[in-house]
Design a protein around this ligand. Structure first.
Ligand code: GRF
Length: 210
């Protein structure tokens, strides 16, 4: 049986999607005790643990403690699901090829925060979400799957975010399953599925958008 550890900092809706997809989640870890997703996980009998980053002298010390806590669960894959911490190069290297993140934009556009506001301000017509393998550079790393969401003229950040989130909940479980099952192959930074499954998803596409 493969083993998945999820890291969260807040709401945890992506974590929920991973659990509900039947993935083998063995633990949910958070850097914040008040992360709403923790209660949801506990209520389902999933082991949770909190490591408050403020209790450590610096990033490296926290990352080392986090790594030890994760490794006690012997994960095959670690999924970041709204984990709001920049990770040190040593941490990322330790989980090379096993660490996934979901980011609310079509990378490489709109790395960082406030992606929905920035997409609307830029006037892009397509936005979305990306699952990628984590590398030392923030929001970079080989792209595993993307959900494409049309931007409507009357969108505000909140409405757009809600539609993107629905796309996130569809692609993240698929991508994590691919990695757990050894279905991904990386060649010169490009990721493909061994069984040629589509790695893009047209989320929320009514007929008038065609
Ligand atoms: C999601 O939009 C995810 O893409 C980003 O942070 C948000 C987390 O939401 N990394 P949730 O905690 O999974 O509901």
């Amino acid at each position: 049986m493969k083993r998945l550890v999820i890291l969260i900092s807040g709401r945890g809706s992506n974590m929920q999607a991973l659990v509900e997809a039947g993935l083998p989640v063995v633990a949910v870890l958070s850097n914040r005790a008040d992360a709403a997703g923790l209660a949801w996980a506990r209520a389902r009998g999933i082991g949770t643990e909190v490591l408050d980053h403020r209790a450590y002298p610096d990033r490296d010390a926290f990352d080392r403690a986090l790594e030890a806590a994760i490794d006690r669960h012997r994960p095959d894959v670690v999924a970041l699901a709204g984990f709001m911490r920049i990770l040190s190069a040593a941490f990322v290297e330790h989980y090379r090829g096993r660490l996934l993140n979901i980011h609310p934009s079509l990378l490489p556009a709109f790395t960082g925060l406030h992606t929905h506001e920035r997409a609307i301000a830029a006037g892009v017509k397509c936005h979305g979400a990306t699952v990628h393998l984590v590398t030392a550079e923030l929001d970079h790393g080989p792209i595993v799957a993307q959900a494409i969401v049309p931007v409507r003229l009357d969108d505000d950040a909140e409405r757009l975010a809600a539609r993107v989130l629905r796309g996130e909940h569809q692609i993240y479980p698929r991508a994590v399953r691919w990695l757990l099952e050894g279905n991904l192959e990386i060649n010169e930074g490009r990721v493909r599925t061994r069984d040629a499954q589509p790695q893009h998803l047209w989320a929320d596409r009514p007929a008038e958008d065609l």
